[in-house]
Write a protein that binds this ligand. Structure first.
Ligand code: HEM
Length: 114
């Protein structure tokens, strides 16, 4: 079970890097849309995050449920925004930067919330 947990954690942390990198690539390219990378990675983060919760619970590991609930809520909002507006190009700045900030705040919460 520990190997599975670590594999999921690697996917989850790697997914975070690719997701935030996807936003960075848009900025570097001077575009402002929810690219296919962003579109798919928000789903991967949601899926691997939920699987991590399951594996941690099955192993009787201590999880901070408030922290997980806040991350889940933020991830739901980002996923909803990205799915609802993925065809818009360019996106209104508030929408693009808002989704970027929310995704980044999930990474900050993961490390800073102790
Ligand atoms: C944009 C979305 C997300 C980002 C950027 C993100 C980021 C991260 C990062 C960087 C870690 C590693 C923390 C460490 O190793 O100390 C982590 C761990 C974890 N994440 Fe996420 N996460 C996201 C969404 C979610 C969701 C939706 C859930 C579940 C509902 C979730 C559940 C977890 C769990 C259970 C862990 C391992 C235990 C812990 O460190 O608290 N994550 N996440």
């Amino acid at each position: 079970m520990d190997a599975l947990r670590i594999a999921l954690l690697v996917l989850h942390v790697g997914g975070m890097a690719v997701l935030l990198g996807g936003f960075g690539l848009e900025l570097m390219g001077g575009t402002r849309r929810f690219s296919p990378v962003i579109f798919h990675m928000v789903g991967i983060q949601l899926l691997t995050g939920l699987l991590l919760v399951g594996v941690n619970e099955a192993d009787d590991r201590d999880l901070d449920h408030t922290k997980v609930a806040v991350k889940l809520l933020i991830a739901f909002v980002v996923t909803g925004l990205v799915h609802a507006t993925r065809k818009r190009d360019p996106l209104p700045p508030a929408l693009f930067y808002g989704a970027f900030a929310l995704a980044a705040s999930n990474a900050v919460i993961a490390y800073a919330w102790t």
